[in-house]
Design a protein around this ligand. Structure first.
Ligand code: SF4
Length: 255
């Protein structure tokens, strides 16, 4: 399938991947650590999440079993740097209870569920919105879903592809359709280091980023990381630094 709606998305991927290479998302050493990070990153900067994760790691609480056993007050104390710590501690406990009850405490059993069915279950959990559910599905579960975040919205809006406040599902569908049919451009570069310029939002390789996954899931994975790189380095909320941005050639002409 090739049409005007999907071509820009594929062109963005090609351009950014050629410039920056693999982004190595998500920075975590286990699937569970990734899930904890997805909860903790809500409404805070990643640097704060790193502090909370460091506390959990040092206290040896970064496992399903230990989160299950650790009293809520202690958990709150450990994740305090990530903000909203009471709410987040409660939500982590809720996730582990769900995992225990529904899947006998096994992430492997959970992620074996069909994508849309598991997505519905995750969305029903307290504190899990579409972005968190899709992050967990994609980065911990290697399910082919696209994660829509504020950076993606801003880029699409400034490029007049989507209107402000566009429905999450509409954006997810756009990327899903565009990327699913992609002839894997740039895949020959997939195992190469970045070849030029800044690294976008590149992380150090981690166990989760290097996990085995299909080409399609890898593309969904990279696309989100690449757009975060654009949003963090060029397409800022306060200012669009288009002159240096790799996506400048795709900017629609000013009216
Ligand atoms: S910085 Fe400019 S060129 Fe880059 S994505 Fe934003 S609007 Fe487009």
């Amino acid at each position: 399938m090739s049409d005007a709606k999907h071509d820009p998305i594929r062109a963005y991927y090609d351009t950014l991947f050629s410039a920056w290479g693999r982004q190595h998302w998500w920075p975590a050493q286990s699937r569970f650590e990734m899930i904890v990070g997805a909860y903790l990153t809500q409404n805070t900067a990643w640097t704060n999440v790193e502090k909370a994760l460091r506390n959990l790691r040092q206290a040896e609480v970064l496992t399903i079993g230990r989160i299950r056993q650790t009293p809520q007050a202690r958990l709150e104390q450990l994740i305090r740097p990530s903000g909203y710590f009471r709410q987040k501690a409660q939500r982590l406990k809720t996730f582990v209870k769900f995992l225990d009850k529904r899947y006998g405490g096994s992430l492997t059993r959970m992620f074996a569920r069909p994508t849309e069915e598991l997505r519905e279950e995750l969305l029903a959990l307290n504190g899990v919105g579409p972005e968190t559910a899709d992050s967990i599905l994609l980065y911990a579960g290697n399910h082919p879903v696209f994660v829509v975040d504020a950076y993606t919205r801003r880029i699409l809006e400034r490029h007049k592809i989507m209107e402000r406040g566009a429905d999450y599902e509409k954006i997810r569908q756009l990327f899903g359709e565009a990327l699913v049919e992609m002839p894997l451009p740039g895949q020959s570069l997939a195992l190469s280091p970045a070849i030029a310029g800044p690294l976008g939002s590149c992380h150090r390789p981690s166990r989760v980023s290097r996990a085995e996954r299909t080409d399609l899931v890898q593309i969904f994975n990279e696309m989100h990381g690449l757009l975060v790189g654009v949003g963090k380095n060029y397409c800022l909320k306060s200012q669009a630094r288009c002159e240096q941005c790799p996506l400048q050639k795709f900017l629609p002409a000013a009216e």
